[in-house]
Write a protein that binds this ligand. Structure first.
Ligand SMILES: NC(=O)C1=CN([C@@H]2O[C@H](COP(=O)(O)OP(=O)(O)OC[C@H]3O[C@@H](n4cnc5c(N)ncnc54)[C@H](O)[C@@H]3O)[C@@H](O)[C@H]2O)C=CC1
Ligand SMILES: N[C@@H](CC=O)C(=O)O
Length: 559
């Protein structure tokens, strides 16, 4: 599995909203099956502010406390970043520099990294998809914090990347910047004339890229023959600093994408908020709601409409369906696809009801049909399955794919009443508008139809078993785990499908899905198993998934 060491520095961490954007960037790598180490620098301006504060106290004389104070900028941003990633459902491990044994020698303010316990990171990535570490800071032999020079988070990332490669890990280093590439001249000052590079040799980079990448980091990469990517957020291209000599490329993804959104409920409101955070790349053109008069104080109030009949028009790039029930979502999805507009949907009932028609419409127009959030919320179940069917035959798929019921099972096990647990799931925004759908197989049934159609296209099941969850059924056997499991398995009789409560060994992978988490096991005919995990319900993970689909359609990666 490929590992990405991704660095986010102050140039992109300009605010808490920008921190969420960095989460989305990591989310897209994780759903593409990369393991990620995120190196996080302080929020923009924070290190300067801390320095000014220190100078005010020390009157410019040296203090052994100053590196400790400066290190708090990275500690704050990196810990918050780890929490934000967990909130979006990414299985995350935070590590301090002491825990990863990142040591450095030399000046307390301009030290050179010398060693790292790569085994800690490698082990963490077996259990987690993401490890978050603070950049810029290391420890010296005496255990004191030392700093790697201004812009030193670049060096942290490059050093970790090189150490992982030495340990045999296939690692890439990607430095995320507020520019989308290295240009011949500053694109912020000369937007019309600056030309981006696709590649630069290390020697050229040391002359051209130094305002973007820390000089020490570039020198270190050059000395150790390590390629470094410089990229902007959400972009599908980069400048590679490495062995290749200067190579220009045409800029891409310059135009803002326009989206039409249906639904501004729990998930829809969060998605709209996320679009506002991405306002440099995404413009919300219109939002279909039941009653626009209820939304007068929303920042996008002028864009709300209840006119479903004139909603499908070809003047947008993506239609984002976050509505409920089959109609009018199903009709709108088909209309937009026929018009050549890419779509993404969280509405599993609508997509499952008309998936054949939607596929035909997408095929005819060439527009992208995506619905990652419809199954697993933020857990990339659909992505994994689509990857699997590209090169394998599927034997079975089994999963916990309803967050509400899984949350309720765990709450009941912890001593809550069934009704109190359901109320809590509704309050947290996990449940369907009619929450019986989360308990009687309606929600899971639609999700399983979508998964089946990818794993076993066109195959009609020979047997379908549907069980419901009731207060009485939640008797959790001692030493075992209880999970509502969706299964589709190709047997000698044909395709057998079930969705019901199952008693499983306590250490079973599906029992490890906690609370609103979703998990899936994809069994290949060659005997291999693929595992997927993430948060199956909630506005944060679900809107993360919708955003990832939207940006992928915009990048032309789907369609
Ligand atoms: N809540 C979650 O964690 C997840 C939800 N989903 C799916 O996302 C969709 C939205 O879920 P929530 O935001 O939780 O539900 P919600 O009930 O909070 O929001 C649904 C919104 O759609 C609007 N809507 C429904 N029919 C409409 C129509 N004809 N015209 C205009 N607006 C209409 C409703 O007024 C409401 O604002 C559902 O299909 C759900 O199954 C998918 C994954 C996770
Ligand atoms: N109600 C659903 C929401 C996601 O699809 C669930 O709880 O899983």
């Amino acid at each position: 599995m490929s590992t990405l060491v991704v660095k986010f520095g102050g140039s992109v961490l300009t605010s808490e909203a920008a921190l969420h954007r960095a989460v989305s960037e990591v989310y897209r790598y994780v759903r593409d099956a990369h393991k990620v180490i995120a190196v996080i620098s302080a929020f923009k301006g924070e290190t300067d502010q801390l320095m000014r504060l220190a100078v005010g106290y020390t009157q410019a004389s040296a203090s052994s406390a100053t590196p400790h104070l400066l290190a708090t900028g990275e500690m704050k941003a990196s810990t918050l970043f780890a929490m934000a990633c967990e909130r979006s459902g990414i299985v995350t491990r935070f590590r301090s520099v002491a825990e990863i044994g990142l040591t450095a020698e030399g000046d307390h303010f301009n030290a050179q990294p010398v060693s790292l316990k790569t085994e800690v990171l490698i082990n963490d990535l077996k259990a987690s998809d993401l490890v978050v570490v603070p950049g810029y800071v290391a420890e010296n032999a005496a255990g004191e914090p030392v700093l790697l020079g201004r812009g030193g988070s670049d060096l942290t990332a490059v050093f970790i990347g090189k150490a992982l490669r030495v340990a045999g890990v296939e690692a890439r280093v990607r430095l995320n910047k507020d520019v989308d590439a290295v240009y011949d001249i500053d694109p912020n000052t000369y937007p019309d004339t600056a030309k981006p590079y696709a590649a630069l040799s290390w020697e050229e980079a040391e002359k051209i890229a130094f305002p973007v990448v820390q000089a020490k980091a570039m020198k270190y990469a050059h000395e150790h023959g390590l390629e470094v990517e410089v990229a902007g957020m959400a972009r599908g291209y980069e400048t590679v600093l490495g062995a290749k000599t200067a190579e220009r490329r045409t800029p891409g993804f310059a135009r803002k994408i326009r989206v039409a959104v249906m639904g501004a409920g729990g998930v829809g409101s969060m998605f709209l908020q996320r679009c506002l955070e991405w306002s440099d790349l995404i413009e919300v053109d219109r939002v279909l709601v039941r009653d626009p008069s209820k939304r007068r104080d929303h920042p996008l109030a002028g864009k709300f409409t209840s006119d479903a009949r004139n909603f499908a028009r070809a003047d947008v790039d993506v239609f984002v369906d976050i509505g409920t029930g089959v109609s009018p979502s199903a009709e709108l999805l088909e209309q937009f696809l026929k018009l050549g507009v890419g779509v993404t949907s969280a509405n599993k009932q609508a997509v499952a009801a008309v998936q054949g028609k939607l596929k035909d419409a997408a095929k005819a127009s060439g527009a992208a049909l995506t619905y990652s959030a419809s199954v697993g919320g933020g857990a990339p179940v659909i992505e994994a399955l689509l990857r699997a069917v590209k090169s394998h035959k599927i034997k079975s798929i089994a999963g916990v794919v309803n967050g509400t019921s899984n949350f309720v099972i765990d709450q009941v096990e912890a001593g809550k009443t069934f009704d109190a647990a359901m109320d809590e799931a509704r309050r947290l925004g996990f449940a369907e508008p009619d929450s019986t759908a989360d308990l009687d197989g309606t929600d899971v049934g639609a999700k399983l139809r979508l998964l089946r159609e990818i794993a076993f296209p066109g195959v009609t099941p020979v047997h379908v078993e549907v069980g419901a969850i009731t207060a009485e059924s939640l008797v959790i056997p001692k030493g075992k785990g209880l999970r509502y499991v969706a299964r589709a398995m190709m047997t000698s009789k044909g395709l057998e499908v079930s969705m019901k409560l199952e008693e499983l060994p306590a250490d079973h992978y599906l029992v490890g899905a906690k609370g609103e988490q979703n998990r899936a096991i994809i069994e290949l005919e060659n005997g291999d198993f693929w595992y997927v995990t993430g948060k199956g319900a909630g506005a944060w993970p679900t809107s993360e998934s919708l955003l990832a689909d939207t940006l992928e359609i915009a990048r032309g990666l789907k369609g």
